[in-house]
Design a protein around this ligand. Sequence first.
Ligand SMILES: NC(=O)c1ccc[n+]([C@@H]2O[C@H](COP(=O)([O-])OP(=O)(O)OC[C@H]3O[C@@H](n4cnc5c(N)ncnc54)[C@H](O)[C@@H]3O)[C@@H](O)[C@H]2O)c1
Length: 343
Amino acid sequence: MKTILITGGAGFIGSNFVRFWYDRHPDYKIVVLDILTYAGRLRNIPERIYNDKKRFAFFLGSVTSIEIVNMLAENADVIVHFAAETHVTRSIFESRKFFETDVLGTHTIANAVLKFQDKVERFIHISTSEVYGTAHSDPMDEEHPLNPSSPYASAKCGADRLVHSYFLTYGIPSVILRPFNQYGPFQHLEKVIPRFITSAMRNEPLTIHGDGSAVRDWLHVEDTCERIEAAILAPLERVRGQVLNIGSGECVSILDIARMILRETGRAEDAVVHLGDRLGQVVKHVSSTDKARRLLGVGPGRPFAEGLRQTIDWYARNEAWWQEIEWMKHVTVLTRAGKEEAH
Ligand SMILES: NC(=O)c1ccc[n+]([C@@H]2O[C@H](COP(=O)([O-])OP(=O)(O)OC[C@H]3O[C@@H](n4cnc5c(N)ncnc54)[C@H](O)[C@@H]3O)[C@@H](O)[C@H]2O)c1
């Protein structure tokens, strides 16, 4: 049996990937390393998986800990590295933790991949489209300049380039994936789509930074899992050292998403409330999907309207999951004008 080490497997994308991989790859044991920050929850991993001691093990620990990372990497055939601090707004408030986890954590993982190069066949580093900053081209391909515009994005950019430098210097078997905006089941309420959905369900206003015209490229998390799987299963010589966008090519504005959610949940459109602009805001993001199609053989994923309906349905059926974290839906930030606002 092979072993796949998944860091950050109790978070949103990580836990979706744990379920995805467990159900499709019975020849693998899954090992999760997660420190369970406010964003990570054990209940994101189904009991049927958690209790399967033959095929699943959970380790509470940090990706910045050389000792535990080496101990787990030593036995891993594949490593998928999700663990990170991920909330842009929090990074504007206090960013030190982002650099510790996102950069030094990745450094620790990359060193372990290097140390156990004879064992680790593939290292999938989960980067982000935020490394690009606002789009200079439409669509954005992997050659787009890197202009991170928030502390979160710059920490992720440091991690992304660190992994690439380890490929260039030492030839580690890395593949860097840059997902665009994600949505789907088990996403924390601090992120825009679950916040909108649960606010609509509670008859609360849907708060938007600025005028809501910022457009993003949205991909359902299960489609992302398929792409990560494809990067693991593709012939190594085809993907080694590559950087790949993981997006849909379909971009939708924040305001349009709010309107779609209000329509689907039977609320009136005047439930939208505009707040001050978020600092470090990216105005436009749209992914080129050409390289992923060429190297991984994947298409654009499900249409956004379909994925959004599925996601609304999941939050409607899983109130017990989200009501516990409802109090974390908003964080208070200081605007440019020195005003306190709940974002
Ligand atoms: N959600 C998105 O839209 C999106 C888009 C592009 C890229 N990404 C990237 O995908 C990855 C996963 O994102 P997500 O949305 O699932 O994040 P998330 O915040 O939901 O989960 C992060 C997980 O990492 C864990 N973690 C944090 N610090 C850790 C540490 N020091 N050691 C071990 N575990 C730690 C947390 O406990 C949590 O379980 C991140 O690297 C993120 O940058 C996310």
